[in-house]
Write a new protein. Structure first.
Length: 116
C-alpha cells in the first residue's frame, strides 16, 4: 500500500463515492485502475494499480472539486483522521488584470508569500 496509495480529503466537502469516481476519471484520466476507499471525517484512500499514475497525481495539482481544495498525503499505516493536522492546503487565488510585467516566477512567489 505504501507505494501505491494516497490519503486524501477535499477541504470542506464530502463528495459521494460516485461523484469522486467521476471526478477522478475526468480530471486525472488514469491509465490504470484506482480503488477508492471512503473513510471517516471526509477522508478517502486511493490505491493506484499503476505507480506512474500515483506519482503523476501526487506531484501534480493543486486539485479542486468546485471550490474545495484537495489535501493529499502519502499513505501511512494506522492513519487516524481525527489526529490529522493540515500543514499545507491548496488555495486558488485569481489575480485579475495582472500586468504581464509581473508574470515572472520570483514576483508570483513574492505575491503568494504576501497573501500567506
Amino acid at each position: 500500500m505504501q507505494n501505491y496509495a494516497i490519503i486524501c480529503k477535499f477541504m470542506g466537502l464530502w463528495p459521494t463515492e460516485k461523484a469522486l469516481q467521476m471526478w477522478i476519471r475526468h480530471h486525472w484520466k488514469p491509465k490504470g485502475s484506482i480503488d477508492l476507499h471512503l473513510g471517516s471525517k471526509g477522508f478517502f484512500t486511493m490505491v493506484f494499480a499503476n505507480i506512474e499514475d500515483k506519482d503523476r497525481v501526487f506531484e501534480g495539482g493543486p486539485y479542486f472539486f468546485a471550490a474545495a481544495g484537495l489535501y493529499m498525503r502519502p499513505w501511512i499505516m494506522n492513519f487516524v483522521p481525527k489526529c490529522e493536522t493540515f500543514t499545507l492546503v491548496p488555495v486558488w487565488v485569481r489575480l485579475y488584470s495582472l500586468p504581464l510585467d509581473y508574470w515572472k516566477i520570483e514576483l508570483l512567489i513574492a505575491i503568494g508569500n504576501k497573501l500567506g
